[in-house]
Design a protein around this ligand. Structure first.
Ligand SMILES: Nc1ncnc2c1ncn2[C@@H]1O[C@H](COP(=O)(O)OP(=O)(O)OP(=O)(O)O)[C@@H](O)[C@H]1O
Ligand SMILES: [Mg+2]
Length: 255
């Protein structure tokens, strides 16, 4: 079986990369997990996972210069496919090759987490959301953040991607959640997966080039991510069927 989750948001900086790696580490208790940096224009998984020295990255794969297997690194119990950070690498990358790359990875893992770009401005930005089975929306507890996240949900569901749920990140006071929770329940599909507090340990983990659950496994933020991981429903799609679906996925012409 294999299930593919896109971790996305409307705006940048909501905590998608932090969340992708934290969910990934929480899920390795039960599953084989592969994390892919599908944010190919503004990649940063490599900084969060200690992979700045990676020789082959998703950019090489999307440029048709390397098979995806050569861009997989064993980090913190997960298989991690980092992406390069150069503009030249991004320019050379053909986003449509992500289909084949994900299809190949799907043959050999239980869960794929796609760290997805902010916003919906290009084919490379929307493809992870189109390809995924389910969407995890990372929000900050403000009305503008909800509004942006809703657009991503709308786009995803148009392409048949289900909404796993929403996750509030960088929460400093519960009053902030109370103010938006009703609206969130009303407008978003899926579950309220977790509320992750603003946390010095999250910042420290990033500075140490480690995922949160490696750096501070017993933190409050870490507990919230474990709770979110438990709340995810992992389907039983057969790997071969899922791989075929990726290979033949329609790439949107218009955003
Ligand atoms: N709960 C949190 N508490 C404190 N800092 C956080 C928290 N979540 C994320 N951050 C910090 O905020 C910054 C942005 O987080 P992250 O890189 O995960 O966001 P992103 O959505 O992937 O950003 P981008 O859109 O640029 O890819 C990082 O420096 C990260 O350490
Ligand atoms: Mg990111």
């Amino acid at each position: 079986m294999v299930e593919v989750f896109a971790v996305a948001s409307g705006k940048g900086g909501t905590g998608k990369t932090t969340t992708t790696l934290a969910l990934g580490m929480a899920l390795i208790e039960e599953y084989d997990v592969t994390v892919v940096d599908a944010d190919t224009g503004m990649a940063n998984v490599l900084f969060h996972a200690g992979l700045t020295g990676a020789e082959t990255t998703l950019h090489d794969v999307l440029a048709g210069e390397a098979p995806v297997e050569t861009a997989v690194y064993d980090r913190f119990g997960m298989d991690v496919v980092p992406c390069g950070t150069s503009l030249a690498g991004f320019r050379e990358a053909d986003p449509t090759r992500l289909r084949e790359a994900v299809a190949t990875l799907a043959e050999n893992t239980d869960i794929i987490l796609l760290d997805s770009p902010a916003a919906l401005g290009s084919r490379s930005a929307v493809l992870p959301i189109v390809l995924a089975d389910q969407l995890v929306v990372v929000l900050q507890p403000t009305v503008p953040s909800l509004s942006d996240g809703l657009k991503v949900q709308e786009y995803a569901t148009t392409y048949g991607t289900d909404v796993a749920g929403i996750l509030f990140n960088r929460v400093t006071e519960n009053a902030a959640i109370d103010a938006v929770a009703e609206k969130a329940k009303q407008y978003f599909d899926g579950k309220m997966l977790a509320t992750v507090p603003e946390s010095e340990q999250v910042r420290e983990a990033r500075r140490n080039n480690e995922p949160l659950l490696a750096h501070a496994p017993t933190s409050e933020a870490g507990d919230a991510y474990r709770e979110a991981a438990l709340a995810l429903s992992v389907g039983t799609g057969h790997s071969d069927a899922v791989a075929d679906r990726f290979r033949s996925a329609v790439v949107p012409d218009e955003i």
